[in-house]
Design a protein around this ligand. Structure first.
Ligand code: JHZ
Length: 400
């Protein structure tokens, strides 16, 4: 049975940055979150139509994030090395949700296939020389790709599987195309980290589910796959990389200790207990009150606040807390496709960092709190000139 535990209110499409003439017709939905007592899966109560989120206007470019480019380079090497160490080659590679090709570019063009519903990105990987399918991942596509390219040694997906609404279809489609000795590896934000850090802004339209290892183990299993290894990652505010393979076949890939360790940690935290989610909701309410109180206090004292990072996460925060240009004057973001537009729902202008003198502001809110070190390092001058940062993770705090 699914039980609702959190209502984050009326929300827009998290990555749909707007022109002024689009304000009036902006799409909104109610963002509510449920816990499934049977599977222990945390999901949105109502899913948003995928085409509204993932289309040719999608603005999140993985390649524009230097730490993420490094991250994908490292994992590409690590995966090939890992497969070699257990005696297998990595010839055919399929990436689901290949974005602008940041991961796949580390693999051979001739034997790698990209799946990406956002046409702007699949065009890009096609230009890079990869077989690219502009489509959502499902069983039909799996069958089609298997027919054209054969079975895959490695199926990889980063920050994508948690976007898929029908997980049974998604996983059985992977099982269908995965070679007998193949490996399915995917990484997404971790539910445990979200609960520990109070980072409720991991919840937005695209994240149909926030995964625990506990829930994934069961859902993979009922679709013919065995989870055999987990890496805990610091990226995106705390993620898990999940490794799975076909179940019921003899394999040299043993089930590593990391699987049980993660499940134990989750159980000890109370991830399978509804009360944990009720406590989380209290924490989220407090975070909202603290942030609005702080920003209002700053404003009433005649001080100015701007934000760095026009993230999907900040869409949740601004709309849940009712923050608009009254409390945060503008946002800077390094993504050219977001610049010159307005943030979803809250309609705060997004501009290029170069066009802003940070010293005109007293406080910077960290919309991209997951890049706290990178940003505070870049903005040392601001701190030296008396500027202060605000973050809401793990608690609402001012620091310099
Ligand atoms: P970042 C995206 O979420 C969307 P977002 C997606 N749905 C998903 O699942 C997660 O990623 C994983 C900017 N920036 O990575 C660049 C600066 O301006 O936290 C980005 O627009 N200055 C696929 O949007 C944004 O911040 C900087 O110095 O929450 C960061 O977005 C740095 C470092 C970043 O993901």
């Amino acid at each position: 049975m699914k039980k609702e535990f959190l209502d984050l209110g009326r929300q827009p499409i998290a990555n749909k940055f707007l022109r002024e003439d689009e304000f009036e017709d902006e799409f909104f939905y109610n963002l509510k979150v449920v816990f499934d007592d049977d599977t222990k899966l945390v999901s949105l109560k109502d899913f948003v139509k995928p085409e509204l989120m993932f289309n040719d206007d999608y603005v999140y470019h993985t390649s524009l994030s230097v730490p993420m480019v490094e991250h994908f380079k490292k994992i590409s090497k690590k995966l090939s090395f890992y497969r070699e160490s257990v005696g297998y080659k990595t010839n055919n590679v399929l990436e689901i949700g290949s974005n602008d090709g940041t991961f796949i570019k580390n693999f051979d063009r001739k034997t790698s296939v990209c799946v990406e519903p956002c046409g702007n990105f699949s065009l890009k990987t096609a230009h890079m020389g990869y077989q690219s399918y502009t489509s959502f991942w499902d069983s039909n596509l799996s069958e089609k790709i298997k027919g054209h390219h054969g079975k895959m040694d490695l199926v990889y997906a980063a920050n994508c599987i948690c976007h898929v609404q029908d997980l049974d279809d998604c996983f059985s489609a992977v099982a269908n195309i995965l070679d007998r000795q193949g490996m399915f590896v995917f990484e997404d934000p971790s539910l445990l980290r979200m609960l520990e850090r109070g980072s409720y802004d991991q919840i937005y339209d695209e994240h149909a589910h926030i995964f625990s290892v506990t829930a994934l183990k069961e859902i993979l299993h009922r679709n013919g796959l065995t989870l055999f290894k987990v890496d805990n990652l610091s990226v995106h505010g705390g993620s898990n990389r999940i490794y799975a393979r076909h179940k019921n076949i003899p394999s040299d890939m043993i089930i590593e200790n990391s699987v049980l360790e993660n499940i134990d940690n989750e159980r000890n935290f109370g991830i399978d207990n509804f009360q944990t989610y009720e406590f989380f909701t209290e924490r989220v309410n407090k975070s909202k009150n603290d942030l609005v109180e702080l920003l209002s206090f700053i404003k009433n004292n005649g001080k100015r606040v701007m934000c760095i990072g026009a993230t999907s996460k900040s869409t949740t925060v601004f709309n849940y807390c009712g923050i608009d240009t009254d409390l945060i004057e503008l946002i800077t973001d390094t993504t050219p496709d977001k610049q010159g537009l307005y943030s979803p729902g809250s309609h705060i202008p997004v501009v290029d960092r170069e066009s802003v003198n940070l010293n005109d502001y007293d406080y910077v809110f960290l919309g991209a709190w997951n890049f706290k070190e990178v940003i505070t390092d870049k903005e040392k001058d601001f701190i030296e000139n008396g500027g202060k940062f605000i973050t809401h993770v793990p608690d609402v705090t001012v620091f310099s």
